[in-house]
Design a protein around this ligand. Structure first.
Ligand code: F6P
Length: 535
């Protein structure tokens, strides 16, 4: 943290967020409005000086230079020697993008066309199951090969006019059993989504689903398609090349919903609506590349995040969409943000000088209000909250529900900021006819310290285009935070050790090897698992 920001932080501790509204036009000044979206960060303790100091961070870190490098196809994922070009997947009518001297756009467009043809054929019945028209699609994948499409399919339910989509991700057999229950294998299409096509959980699920289908149809491979970068592994699984949809190694798993990994979404909402989703992402790319920092939504979202985590020291942030159909957004953002910026080593291998990215968590409002909001309002930890809210809902016959939803969202951010002081609390308790020590004690329980920061992202209505804007907004936020922190946001070495150990422990779980080589606790647990007791 530099001296200017240290001073800004000290000063912020001397004032309350509410005081900042003494100046006229704060809400307008401390918000960014673009293409129908409004990002309001006025309910934070950021003032003009703080914002200036935060924007200076982007200059020192050369965010503009790194951004240009990313969009141009330079290998900015230095630990894996790869370009980072998920933006090319939505660069529908843009300029050529070269990787190692080759324009990747013709390939991107060709794959998108193949996806659209395939999706249309499935939707219109030209591609059918061995028992008739496809009624259900099952996407098997995990992490980035699941979270993006499952979040988006859920989010865009009002636009579904294709077969039903289901997702199997966990290797827990329960996920598979519960998802397949009630499906007709002869009318189900299976998409095996795995960038590497070696992920243990996905391959175990894919094999089990193939066996389930083989019990009902002659040729299960006919009802399978693969989404992967690994041609040989896909062929070895028995899926022919014309049923494989590939993408470059310059698309990271958690950034991959825009391409073939989004096939389940495309089948569900149709190619045209999927293109609208891409257009929303592309529009956010254009804004991110051209707007000056203070008017740049991803940049300001990132700077607010850095302020709260690295400068104010808040360890977590809550993402709370007031939109039931965005209930999977927090889980999606957990991977996007925590797998990207949860790192303790900087680009050059040195220890990170600041804290890494925060713990991201959350759930849809209003449900969260009846679960964890108590802590948000009165706990000892301050948790900056990021609210998302649609001005309009889809349920034309339930407008009053939407109005109640909106009122709750606005009430929460206001309550977090203003709180309730002891005097007001005493007045309330006094009105019940109490006095003395009892009044004192009960009033204290009803105090809200307030001064708790939040932001609100307001969007018109959750359409495919708007969802594209929101996802791209968060992707670029992660990028900016990573650049300022000096992190490589595009590798994920931190998930490797557990994977390796799981492979090594499995023989002991199966009883094929003795558990001797493991530490005392693991051995103890293995023993107990292998000799279940009652009580
Ligand atoms: O969790 C690690 C990870 O590599 C993620 O980055 C990725 O999204 C997920 O596993 C799935 O990998 P794959 O698509 O190769 O099966």
């Amino acid at each position: 943290m530099n001296d200017a920001l240290k001073r800004c932080h000290r000063e912020s501790l001397e004032r309350r967020i509410l005081d900042l509204f003494a100046e006229d036009g704060r809400a307008q000044d401390f918000s960014v409005s673009h293409d129908g979206l409004l990002f309001d960060y006025s309910k934070t303790n950021i003032d003009t000086d703080t914002r200036r100091a935060l924007v200076a961070l982007t200059e020192t870190a050369d965010v503009a230079g790194r951004r240009a490098a990313m969009f141009s196809g330079a290998p900015i994922n230095a630990t894996e020697g790869r370009a980072v070009l998920h933006t090319a997947l939505r660069n529908l009518d843009g300029d050529p993008v070269t990787v190692d001297g080759q324009d990747v756009m013709p390939g991107v467009r060709a794959t998108l066309e193949r996806m659209a043809d395939f999706a249309a054929d499935v939707r219109d019945g030209r591609i059918a199951g061995q028992g008739g028209r496809i009624t259900d699609v099952v996407n098997i994948g995990i992490g980035g090969s699941d979270l993006g499409p499952s979040m988006a399919v859920r989010a865009l339910k009002p636009y579904h006019d294709g077969p039903r989509c289901h997702f199997i991700s966990n290797v827990d057999g329960a996920d598979l059993t519960d998802t397949l229950g009630g499906l007709d294998p002869a009318r189900t299409l299976v998409l095996v989504a795995s960038k590497s096509f070696t992920t243990q959980e996905t391959m175990a699920n894919a094999c089990a689903v193939r066996a389930w289908m083989a019990r009902a149809v002659k040729d299960p491979a006919q009802q399978f398609a693969a989404i992967s970068t690994a041609k040989e592994e896909v062929a070895a699984f028995g899926i022919p090349p014309e049923r494989m949809f590939g993408f470059g190694d310059w698309v990271g798993g958690r950034y991959s919903v825009w391409g073939p990994i989004g096939l389940s979404l495309m089948i569900s909402i149709g190619p045209d609506a999927f293109f609208d989703f891409l257009k929303g992402g592309q529009a956010m790319d254009a804004h991110f590349q051209s707007a000056e920092p203070e008017r740049n939504m991803p940049v300001m979202l990132a700077l607010v995040g850095l302020w709260h985590r690295q400068i104010c020291g808040h360890a977590t942030r809550a993402v709370i969409p007031y939109e039931q159909r965005l209930e999977r957004l927090p889980a999606y953002l957990q991977q996007l943000e925590m797998e990207s910026n949860g790192k303790r080593v900087a680009m050059d291998g040195s220890a990170l000088e600041s804290d890494s990215g925060p713990v991201v968590w959350g759930d849809a409002g209003t449900n969260g209000q009846h679960a964890f909001f108590q802590l948000l309002h009165q706990g000892t930890e301050v948790v900056p909250c990021e609210f998302l809210l649609g001005a309009e809902g889809h349920e034309a016959d339930l407008v009053d529900h939407h109005e109640i939803l909106v009122a709750h969202c606005l009430a929460q951010s206001k309550a977090l900021m203003t709180g309730r002081d002891l005097e007001t609390a005493r007045g309330q308790v006094e009105a019940w006819g109490l006095s003395g020590k009892t009044l004192d004690r009960l009033a204290r329980h009803r105090v809200f310290t307030g001064n708790r920061p939040s932001t609100t992202l307001l969007y018109p209505k959750l359409t495919p285009y708007v969802l594209g804007q929101i996802v791209a907004l968060y992707e670029h936020r992660v990028f900016v935070e990573g650049v300022v922190l000096g992190i490589n946001s595009f590798d994920q070495w931190g998930v490797e050790l557990g994977k390796e150990l799981a492979g090594a422990i499995l023989p002991a779980v199966r009883g094929e090897t003795a558990p001797d080589r493991w530490d005392g606790s693991t051995r103890f647990l293995l023993d107990r698992i292998r000799t279940p007791r009652t009580g």
